[in-house]
Design a protein around this ligand. Structure first.
Ligand code: SF4
Length: 196
């Protein structure tokens, strides 16, 4: 895995007085700010202290990676949440999914893609002393949460929260509109781009 750099880290938002009061720190892997905003909101409602990890070497081309990354950083700064960004290494990701390029979305290539990003998130969560980690990927109607959970459960620190429940995806659309986020037209890799 390429080196992780801290892009921005600021004091954490005061925890909301939610009903569950876990008071635990959770690192949230995110693919884009559109999925992150509603997921952060849900975690904070549950009284988690949230940090964000933009870990997306699956995204192609790099311009797309940068656009999504900048929007994520701007929003994290606005809501005072720390964010880390993985150094982009698309070739490493391509090597990881080799042989599965022609799989349809929701298939084996996506499972490997989840595995790739969750492994890196688990590692950063451990390094930065987070109690738990999870991912925004479950908010998308194009992703099968069961597969994400199967991959996540390899790690004791994985939090299996399904963000699409309780109208999570609808809420993500509302927050995107309010905040005027850049909204991509494909999942991320060149293979998903071909399929749109
Ligand atoms: S379609 Fe999305 S989840 Fe699937 S491999 Fe491509 S970037 Fe990863």
């Amino acid at each position: 895995m390429s080196a992780v750099k801290v892009v921005q880290r600021s004091s954490l938002q005061t925890l909301q007085a939610g009903s569950l009061c876990y008071n635990k720190r959770v690192l949230l892997h995110t693919c884009c700010v559109n999925c992150a905003a509603a997921s952060i909101e849900r975690l904070q409602e549950l009284s988690y202290e949230v940090g964000v990890y933009f870990c997306n070497s699956n995204i192609y081309p790099i311009d797309e990676f940068e656009k999504r990354c900048v929007d994520m950083q701007k929003y994290a700064e606005k809501i005072n949440v720390p964010v880390w960004t993985e150094d982009y290494d698309h070739q490493d990701w391509l090597n990881f999914v080799k042989g599965f390029e022609d799989e349809p979305e929701k298939g084996e290539r996506c499972r490997l893609c989840f595995r790739y990003n969750l492994a890196r998130t688990a590692k950063l969560a451990e390094t930065e002393n987070y109690d738990l980690f999870t991912t925004t990927l479950t908010i998308s109607p194009h992703k099968i949460s069961k597969i994400i959970f199967e991959e996540g459960k390899m790690y004791p620190a994985f939090l299996d929260i399904d963000f699409k429940k309780q109208d999570g995806f609808k809420r993500s659309l509302v927050l995107s509109e309010i905040n005027d986020f850049y909204r991509q037209k494909y999942c991320g890799c060149e293979f998903s781009k071909r399929q749109t």
